[in-house]
Design a protein around this ligand. Structure first.
Ligand code: HEC
Length: 170
């Protein structure tokens, strides 16, 4: 074999090997490779939050621990709290519950299970803590859990704001 032929052979072998590696590098042939970001317990956007580990206490405070019953509202319903609640409501809730809280928001109208009328007796007769828990954990299949989006303080401000809502047609 001449030197030239050997050289060409070597180049061919190396090119084939490199080409093979490239197929994997550029995902032309996909391998389920170990990805440490994926094998840890995690959840994607809009997944339900992971269950709270047994006996753990939320770092935001013992606002709600399973089995402890509804918490008591620690935030005074002063002007600041109600105003904060109003702003938070207009961002997080109006699309479903409507500007007046009567369940007639843009999205709410399209839902199979219509949002609650927050001005009605049914809701207003519930305790602050019960409303807080509903906002925190949502209602399965009907209302999203908002504890990931709103701090404990935010949720109490919303409860205080809901208390100020009145039916537009008594
Ligand atoms: C995706 C639409 C949607 C969004 C967003 C939403 N809700 Fe709801 N909410 C609902 C539905 C639907 C119900 C009624 C659930 C049922 O039928 O039991 C409900 C029920 C409630 C209840 C319970 C009323 C009761 O009488 O028990 C409260 C309180 C409440 N929502 C407050 C809020 C607040 C505060 C926000 C914003 C932080 C919010 N919701 C955001 C759809 C929504």
């Amino acid at each position: 074999m001449s030197l030239m032929t050997r050289l060409i052979l070597v180049i061919l072998v190396v090119a084939t090997l490199l080409g093979g590696v490239m197929l994997f590098t550029y995902d032309i042939i996909k391998l389920e490779w170990v990805s440490f970001m994926e094998i840890q317990p995690s959840y994607r956007a809009m997944d339900n939050p992971l269950a709270v580990a047994a006996n753990s206490i939320p770092f935001e405070g013992a606002a709600y621990i399973p089995g402890q019953g509804a918490p008591v509202n620690p935030i005074e319903a002063d002007e600041v709290s109600v105003e904060r609640g109003r702003v938070l409501f207009s961002v997080n809730c109006v699309m479903c519950h409507g500007a007046t809280g009567e369940g007639n928001g843009i999205v709410g109208g399209a839902l199979v299970n219509p949002p609650a009328n927050l001005t009605g007796d049914v809701t207003q007769s519930k305790s602050d803590g019960t409303l807080f828990l509903t906002i925190s954990t949502g209602v399965a299949g009907r209302m999203p859990a908002l504890n990931e989006n709103l701090t404990v303080r935010d949720r109490w401000d919303l409860v205080n704001y809901i208390r100020t809502l009145e039916p537009s047609q008594p």
